[in-house]
Design a protein around this ligand. Structure first.
Ligand SMILES: [Zn+2]
Ligand SMILES: [Zn+2]
Ligand SMILES: [Zn+2]
Length: 341
């Protein structure tokens, strides 16, 4: 069975190039899709002057299932690696990796896509925090540089004799050894993608910095919220780290034990502790913990029981931190797509 027989490929703006009327050559059942191994229609085109020829690498069914470009395998809506998008939106990879199951899955999916006449919806399910994160990281303009000719390997070794005639780029690689380690199957399934991993880490780092650096305006807030604990982090370990910055009112560890509320008597102590955790990190019992500002308790006699405290505004609680008490989208632990899998 052929994977598809399409008139036009599914491509991102970048891969298509600047000229929307670009001429494409089409080769029916030209090659096997790199994901499902079925023969599919390959398109080839030149995305602009001085660029390299591009071609489709995966079939339209596989592309629709992940809402990715058939050539660069990046998400069509955000221009991001599948792993980044799926982390932010808490999407599980459900395309089987082993060949027999995958064939069944794709055959079924192809039928469904045909009757539905559209692609799988990847945007509606996002939690607010995940959506925010995607918006922050998304590439909104096409990035045509990505279509440039590859670097000339002879030039790099200083032995290219073709000069201006050389179809490859004559410059030294500046970049990214990580990119060479990417592989199309991992990128499609959204795991083990070194580039995605680095993007997620950078995003988490900057979120961490800004959440601690900006102390809440409400000066009555004198609490910090600690996440990422396990059994090696004890209450006395916490107090050893936090007591030097000022008098502690209490340290509260909710039953699940993977987070803690550090409550100071006064604001300046909390600020000093926040600054220390920001500068040198917070390591207790050998574990690097994430620290954010606490938030004002909601008014009302019973709400205090229901919601002991939450992380600073916009910073979602970690998985399991307050699952039972989540009431608003911003408190939803699943919103932290970056760590939820
Ligand atoms: Zn395919
Ligand atoms: Zn593309
Ligand atoms: Zn050359």
């Amino acid at each position: 069975m052929a994977a598809d027989d399409t008139e036009f490929p599914i491509l991102c703006e970048t891969c298509l190039g600047e000229n929307p009327y670009v001429r494409m050559t089409k080769e029916s059942h030209g090659k096997e899709c790199k994901i499902c191994n079925r023969a599919f229609t390959i398109f080839r085109w030149l995305p602009g002057r001085g660029m390299r020829y591009k071609k489709t690498e995966i079939c339209t069914t596989c592309a629709k299932l992940k809402n990715v470009c058939q050539t660069c395998i990046l998400d069509l809506e955000h221009g991001l690696p599948v792993q980044v998008r799926d982390s932010a939106l808490s999407i599980q990879d459900n395309v089987p990796r082993d060949e027999a199951n995958r064939r069944d899955y794709l055959a079924r999916a192809a039928g469904e896509l045909e009757t539905a006449g559209e692609q799988v919806d990847f945007s509606g399910r996002a939690q607010p925090a995940g959506r925010e994160m995607l918006k922050r990281m998304a590439r909104t303009e096409p990035y045509y540089k990505r279509n440039r000719a590859h670097i000339c390997s002879f030039f790099v070794k200083g032995i290219c004799t073709r000069g201006n005639e050389c179809p490859y780029r004559h410059e030294m690689p500046r970049g990214d050894p990580e990119l060479a380690k990417q592989n199309i199957v991992d990128r499609y399934h959204g795991n083990n993608d070194p580039v995605a991993r680095r993007m997620l880490k950078r995003s988490a780092d900057s979120a961490k910095k800004s959440s601690l650096a900006s102390a809440p305006e409400d000066k009555s807030i004198t609490s910090l919220f600690v996440m990422g604990m396990d059994a090696s982090v004890t209450q006395s370990g916490l107090s050893e780290f936090f007591a030097p910055y000022g008098e502690l009112k209490s340290i509260v560890v909710p039953p699940k034990g993977n987070c803690a509320f550090i409550n100071y008597r006064n604001r300046s102590a909390a600020e000093a502790a926040a600054a220390a955790a920001l500068d040198d990190g917070c390591v207790v019992g050998g574990k690097a913990l994430r620290v954010v500002w606490g938030r004002a308790r909601p008014k009302g006699p019973q709400s205090e029981l229901q919601r002991p405290a939450t992380a600073a505004n916009g910073i979602p609680l970690p998985p399991g931190a307050a699952e039972d008490s989540a009431q608003y989208p911003s408190q939803d632990p699943t919103a932290m797509g970056a760590v939820r899998r």
